[in-house]
Design a protein around this ligand. Sequence first.
Ligand SMILES: C[S@@+](CC[C@H](N)C(=O)[O-])C[C@H]1O[C@@H](n2cnc3c(N)ncnc32)[C@H](O)[C@@H]1O
Length: 234
Amino acid sequence: METQISIMTTIRKRLLPAACITAALIVTVVSCASTDKPAKDTLSTNAKAEAKILSVLEEMSNDRRYAMWNITQEEGRLLWVLTAAAGAKHVVEIGTSNGYSALWFCLALRTTGGKLTTHEIDPYRISMARKNFKNVGVSHLVTIVEGDAHKTVTRLKEPIDILFIDADKAGYFNYLKKLLPLVRPGGLILAHNTIDLASEMQDYLKAVTNNPDLETIFLHKDAGGISVTLKKRR
Ligand SMILES: C[S@@+](CC[C@H](N)C(=O)[O-])C[C@H]1O[C@@H](n2cnc3c(N)ncnc32)[C@H](O)[C@@H]1O
């Protein structure tokens, strides 16, 4: 009898805490599983939104009906990666066209909580860009500023994390002069066609390579070329 009582006491002492721990673990796992569910849903919603933008970009790059002077897919991927890595909150683009490069920025801005201000002079291209932004559900991330960007950029007041220049080539230096003060230290200035149309922007190229406050590299040299300029932190 004494032995039986002692065995029961041992079971209570040793197994009950173990049972309690197991029960607690089950509750934890079940509750984690239930909090996991919305996270999975969010993930798939995000993945779907990203896939939608990428599929529209694919369609746009295969559409040869209009001459929209868009960047290449590879250059677009560069914009996406740089914007996401910088955690950019404000991207400014000069030269929207039909919104192709803007959509690459939007892929990143959706996740950084940032926004794009993009400038375009041509009303037809502006209407195409608006349609494209609406179609993929990124209109809330983008402000299109209509008109001659040499004039309209003077309205910008907020700090810029990434400036992308892809409009009239002879105007690059003027855009840089006007907007460099707004680019935050550690921010980037990207310029398109710095290889194939270099002769039209000599003043710009001199400015970004000779200024000691800037560090410039040239990418995609075998195509149009993109310069990436860092505004150094001092
Ligand atoms: C090379 S395209 C831009 C392509 C666009 N970044 C893309 O990759 O999808 C240049 C655009 O700049 C616009 N543009 C030219 N001069 C301009 C100016 N002074 N102000 C605003 N936009 C201008 C043109 O109408 C044209 O749509």
